[in-house]
Design a protein around this ligand. Structure first.
Ligand code: DI6
Ligand code: FE
Length: 405
């Protein structure tokens, strides 16, 4: 019995719901209704209640409708870019060599510190717009190119402002332990203390931090330093996640899992112990094929073992100026299939349901009653097309909270 007229009703849609175990959670020739920004009804056309009505009816004529995509790992706020290093790498320099020579992350730190908040916003907004144009309605943005209290704050404020400006959801992660700032070269412990004891509590008090991240790697921070940060995050009631086993196995995945972390990200060099710990804790494996591709890595993440242990797999752009200048989550999903051999269904659950889980947001990433009405209609009929086409513009229309963008 329909008591209320719905706000919006899609009919004749191919619904990839990513709910339940059916491939893609597919409902062929389906209908989906929205009310008050949420999904109010979903099912096959022939089960639509008689007399169903809505203020707006959209006949999709068999086109694909999915949840809004979720990009759960980006560094898209930064000053300038690093096309020069791209050039250097193509002339033979390695990422580690560039980093040790004062380039890499540290050069983005210089340009990010030099930018005003408005400049940073103006430079970063088009990158978020590009992701939105490709179907992303929820986006994670990390700090980590400021590495001092004011510049980190500026980055996080810009991240929040991007969300408000575009009407998308932005979840922020504080990545103070991304790189050692040059002025702390001989004083590692002082920098770690500054991050844990001053920066994190202050930024958290300003409600600029939704989660806490670190780069645990030989060229960045040790597991012991990471643990110090996680202890403080836990005291503050903030969830943790980690850049883990990107270039070597540091035991980072097991460490973040021991804090019931939301996700461990990269994971090319992840071993059995880390996988078992993640499975036990429910920590999501976030794969970042853009960085793998741009760095021309050859060591594949252990996808088969992740599957065997039932670790949820997400896929993200890692959009950043150094190792993944990638502005399409759909292309990341394509790379996850081609480079990492994920199935299209795994890749697409990876940019919807499992990506939402990696951000700790349960109300999106699937099409089901009560979920947010963040929706994308595509110039495609089959779900697999979303990671089959390489490039192109497949988005037909985006709705956020039931409203057309
Ligand atoms: N891992 C990465 O791939 C990026 N950050 C990180 O911790 C690289 C960031 C950069 O090179 O600017
Ligand atoms: Fe990253």
């Amino acid at each position: 019995m329909i008591t209320n007229r719905w706000d919006l009703l899609f009919v004749h849609a191919n619904l990839a719901s990513f709910a339940g175990d059916a491939p893609f959670g597919l409902i062929e020739d389906g209908a989906l209704a929205c009310a008050d920004g949420r999904i109010a009804w979903i099912g096959p056309m022939h089960e639509l209640p008689p007399g169903a009505d809505a203020a707006h009816v959209e006949d999709l004529g068999g086109a694909l409708l999915t949840p809004g995509l979720v990009d759960c790992h980006t560094h898209l706020v930064f000053g300038d870019n690093r096309a020069n290093e791209f050039d250097m790498r193509l002339n033979g320099a390695s990422y580690e060599e560039i980093a040790r020579a004062g380039g890499g992350i540290v050069s983005s730190v210089r340009s990010t510190r030099a930018a005003t908040e408005d400049e940073l916003f103006a430079q970063s907004l088009p990158r978020a717009r590009a992701l939105l144009a490709d179907g992303v309605t929820t986006l994670e943005i990390k700090s980590g190119y400021g590495l001092d209290p004011e510049a980190e704050r500026r980055m996080l404020r810009v991240a929040r402002r991007i969300g408000e400006t575009l009407g998308i959801t932005v979840r922020t992660s504080f990545l103070g332990l991304h790189a050692l700032p040059p002025e702390y070269k001989e004083r590692r412990d002082d920098y770690v203390a500054l991050v844990c004891d001053d920066m994190l509590p202050a930024l958290a008090a300003e409600r600029l931090v939704d989660a806490v991240d670190a780069f645990c790697e030989k060229i960045a921070f040790t597991p012991a330093e990471t643990r110090q940060l996680f202890e403080r995050a836990t005291q503050l009631g903030l969830p943790v996640k980690l850049h883990a086993e990107q270039l070597s196995d540091q035991g980072g995945a097991a460490l973040v899992a021991s804090y019931h972390g939301l996700s461990a990200d990269h994971l090319e060099h992840l071993g059995e112990t880390g996988i078992a710990a993640m499975a036990k804790a429910g920590t999501v494996a976030v794969l970042l094929p853009g960085a793998f591709y741009a760095l021309r890595e050859t060591h594949l993440p252990p996808v088969a073992a992740l599957r065997e242990h039932g670790v949820p797999i997400a896929v993200a752009t890692d959009c950043n100026p150094g190792t993944s200048p990638l502005l399409s989550l759909r292309l990341a999903a394509n790379m996850a299939c081609t480079l990492f051999r994920l199935t299209p269904e795994e890749a697409l659950r990876g940019v919807t349901a499992n990506a939402a889980r990696a951000l700790g947001v349960a109300d999106r990433g699937t099409l089901a009653v009560g979920q947010r009405a963040d929706l994308v209609a595509w110039h495609a009929r089959q779900a697999a097309e979303l990671c089959y086409w390489i490039g192109g513009q497949l988005v037909r229309q985006v709705w956020i909270g039931g409203r057309p963008v």
